[in-house]
Ligand binder design. Structure first.
Ligand code: GLV
Length: 322
């Protein structure tokens, strides 16, 4: 009998075609997320599911509802929506899509960094609202990016790609990781710092570590108070790594000087999120990997992971060991 894959959201057609070549499939062919009851019922009749980190929760309820499903092929690098130990205990293979989104995500981190440092959004808004008024030498002053110190928290694939871009701006690179990275030190001259030291020294603090029990709530009032009053904080990781209320208070008080984020404690974040009342905050709606070539590569890799495991081959990018 052919194996069945359920695709829980519209994905690039080439990935659907690839799945169709190898397996039967069900498809929630819509931009809106699949309702939970439909997803669980479809997963129950499938050997694998293709999931999105922002919409499908892979928890005990899922595992109990879908005992036939042995592969969760996530179309994202992050997998904080997945109860990995519970899946491993049930023999469910989790895969993700690292590498293929690294460069697009690093570009997006830099888009936020530049926009925040040079006040791109507040400048755009003031023209839109007819508030340009008089130019003067202190009008819309930003922070220098070139030559400033870049501090990357979580120097994995994405953090390293962000750091690499910093070299083009002549930036000394500091990084904080669970463990030192001799490669990063050799290739970029990056220097390891304890977190507090990095926060004190960096002009740009970019958070790119995954959400784990260690990083949840990592950036709060204490951490923001350690930053310079000219510093810029960028969050390209997950909303829950920062305490949004503390960030709001810190930005209002002017330390750090500004912040940019692609991610929020609750998504979609509402327009009433107080961060969006601040001129020194720039937000994007969780779109760091949102380019068509990258999304195509992510969808194709998720499909290839599911197909590989269902054909008895090793997964290409496994999260857990089964
Ligand atoms: C996006 O947030 C991802 O984890 O790929």
């Amino acid at each position: 009998m052919k194996k069945r894959i359920y695709i829980g959201r519209r994905i690039p057609q080439a990935a659907v075609d690839l799945i169709a070549e190898h397996c039967d499939y069900g498809y929630w062919n819509a931009l809106e997320p699949c309702p939970r009851d439909v997803f669980l019922a479809e997963a129950a009749q499938s050997d694998a599911v293709i999931t999105q980190s922002v919409s499908e929760k892979i928890d005990l309820e899922f595992l109990n509802a879908a005992p036939r499903c042995k592969v969760v092929a996530q179309m994202a690098v992050g997998y904080d929506n997945v109860d990995v130990p519970a899946c491993t205990a049930r023999g469910v293979q989790i895969t993700n899509t690292p590498d293929v989104l690294t460069e697009a995500t690093a570009d997006a981190a830099w888009a936020l960094l530049m926009a925040t440092a040079r006040r791109v959004v507040s400048g755009h808004k003031l023209i839109q609202e007819n508030r340009w008024g008089m130019w003067h030498p202190f009008f819309q002053l930003g922070q220098d990016v070139h030559g400033a110190t870049l501090g990357v928290v979580g120097a994995g694939r994405i953090g390293s790609a962000i750091a690499r871009r910093g070299k083009g701006f002549n930036m000394p690179i500091l990084y904080h990781n669970r463990r030192p990275s001799p490669e990063l030190e050799a290739s970029l001259g990056a220097q390891y710092r304890a977190l507090d030291d990095l926060l004190r020294e960096a002009d740009f603090v970019v958070m790119s570590a995954p959400l784990t029990s260690e990083t949840r709530g990592m950036f709060g009032a204490r951490e923001f108070a350690l930053m310079k009053d000219t510093a810029v904080f960028i969050n390209i990781a997950r909303g829950a790594v920062m305490q949004e209320k503390a960030l709001y208070e810190a930005l209002k008080a002017g330390r750090p000087w500004a912040a940019g984020s692609d991610v929020y404690e609750v998504e979609p974040t509402p327009a009433s999120n107080p961060l969006f009342t601040l001129d020194n905050f720039v937000g994007t709606p969780h779109v760091a990997s949102a380019t068509l070539p990258t999304r195509l590569a992510m969808a194709t890799l998720a499909a290839r992971n599911a197909i590989a495991v269902l054909s008895g081959k090793p997964p290409i990018t496994p999260v857990n060991k089964i």
